[in-house]
Design a protein around this ligand. Structure first.
Ligand code: GLY
Ligand code: MN
Ligand code: MN
Length: 466
């Protein structure tokens, strides 16, 4: 938890930005895995964490923007609960740490909110993504759960996004810690992999790193020889020389901040000729993208630059043809690069995605595209100093997509389907790193771990010790 002054200043700014009515921020509850008392690891709501800092379940926060009164809502533990959880700090002491003067029992919150609602005052809530919070809010506001969305406040969303998008120095310090742990996860995977192992042998070792450092995973580990499957959580394959492993994973530190990186490496000591060709194209695209990062540049344009660089490389080896810019404008590159170049990162690995990608990654006058490829670009808008984001280009050879588009003759002027047929069992490659936008460019977060194919091969052969 940061000092109470941090949370007071954040709430003060929020109060001014929203300007009227009552703001309600919901903390999360414990969530059951398979029976009531067997819980998933507890994860606090990130906006609650950002404005109140308290990492415990069953709390909410209410702020009257006009009177300035604010409350931490929660109940003291019963003796029955203490028997199982041990004593916990009082709600008043938690509120004090967050710089909040008042507390209220959960049973009293409905009266507070209904009074405001019935006198015509606005109630501002964020979009609830957990059903239990939707039900709680419906009960407190005496409406049906399916009416909750009508209370979601665009003004509150925009105010929260405006603050959380620009990371402060104390936030960058936390993100840096998360990325350093993430570096360690990747180096471990890259060094330990041997033919004959199962993917789960490596995924298990990678999982252990943030947990043994007192953190968590920022999302479930993707570790697979089938890197063409974008979010592949299957770890049951045995790996052989000739396979590539795509490892996409990240740590979350105790304060809640995330890291998110990807490396792709050969199971043998070296990439095959074909793997190296495509890997080097992805790295070129990555480097061109990183070079372009600076305030004022639209991330959508960086995505298009990454795509063009991929197309130029793919044209050099004969998988594509024609003019690279025209191919990208037509969307032909999405045969290989179906997703976005990156996303914001902070307290969430895809930061603030619960608030809506349009609000986080775009603006009122710049809407997110619905086209294949671009619809998965979560961040498109102009970059600003203090943004933290990922850059993660890739080449994914998806046999089902080849079959479908080939049968339709789609992008036939740009795609060499005859050669593509021979790549159907290729798999996928992604590299991913995390950056903070500075005054004139971007700084890499964490350490520079091996990226170029020669350096990756040196690690695999045990010749580069980090
Ligand atoms: N870890 C998922 C992503 O890179 O966005
Ligand atoms: Mn990732
Ligand atoms: Mn990512």
């Amino acid at each position: 938890m940061f000092s109470k002054e941090t949370y007071i200043a954040r709430r003060d700014r929020l109060k001014k930005q929203v300007g009227n009515g009552i703001i309600v921020l919901m903390g999360n509850e414990e969530s059951s895995m398979n029976f009531k008392d067997n819980w998933y690891h507890f994860r606090q709501d990130s906006s609650f964490l950002y404005f109140c800092g308290i990492n415990l379940p069953d709390l909410a926060f209410v702020l009257d923007t006009e009177s300035g009164e604010e409350y931490i809502i929660g109940d003291e533990l019963t003796m029955d609960a203490i028997v199982w959880t041990g004593p916990q700090p009082s709600i008043a002491s938690l509120a004090e740490k967050a710089g909040v003067k008042n507390t209220k029992a959960t049973s009293a919150v409905s009266e507070l909110l209904l009074q405001a609602k019935n006198s015509g005052r606005a109630i501002h809530i964020l979009p609830p993504y957990r059903p239990e919070n939707k039900l709680k809010l419906a009960e407190w506001l005496a409406i049906r759960p399916n009416e909750i969305n009508s209370l979601v406040s665009e003004k509150l969303i925009k105010s929260v996004v405006a603050q959380r998008s620009i990371k402060t120095a104390e936030e960058i310090t936390e993100i840096e810690k998360a990325v350093l742990l993430t570096n360690k996860m990747h180096l471990t995977a890259m060094k330990m992999t041997r033919e004959g192992m199962k993917e789960s042998d490596i995924a298990g070792a990678v999982n252990e790193i943030p947990l043994s450092a007192g953190g968590q995973l920022s999302f479930p580990v993707i570790l697979t020889k089938n890197g063409q499957i974008l979010h592949n959580h299957y770890h049951g394959n045995t790996i052989q020389v000739g396979d590539m492993i795509l490892c996409d994973c990240g740590a979350e530190v105790a304060s809640g901040y995330a890291g998110d990186m990807t490396r792709t490496f050969p199971v043998g000591g070296e990439f095959t000729q074909r793997q190296k060709e495509l890997y080097d194209i992805v790295v070129q695209s990555h480097r061109a993208s990183v070079e372009a990062l600076k305030p004022g540049v639209r991330f959508k344009d960086v995505h298009l630059l990454a795509s063009k660089t991929l197309v130029e490389g793919l044209t050099d080896i004969g998988l594509m043809r024609g003019n690279a810019e025209e191919a990208v404008a037509a969307g032909a590159h999405t045969m290989f690069f179906q997703c976005g170049l990156g996303h914001m990162m902070g307290l969430d690995v895809h930061d603030m995605e619960d608030l809506g990608e349009q609000y986080v990654g775009y603006t009122d006058s710049f809407k997110k595209s619905t086209e294949f490829g671009l619809k998965s670009l979560r961040l498109g808008r102009e970059l600003e100093q203090g943004f933290v984001l990922t850059v993660e280009p890739g080449i994914y050879i998806i046999p089902e997509l080849i079959d479908m588009w080939k049968s339709e003759g789609k992008y036939a002027e740009f795609l060499n389907y005859d050669l593509l047929e021979k790549y159907k069992d290729f798999g996928g490659i992604r590299v991913e790193e995390d950056f903070v936008i500075t005054k004139s460019g971007a700084d890499l977060l964490g350490e520079a771990i091996p990226l170029d194919s020669a350096d990756v091969e040196n690690v695999r052969r045990g010749e580069l010790v980090m």
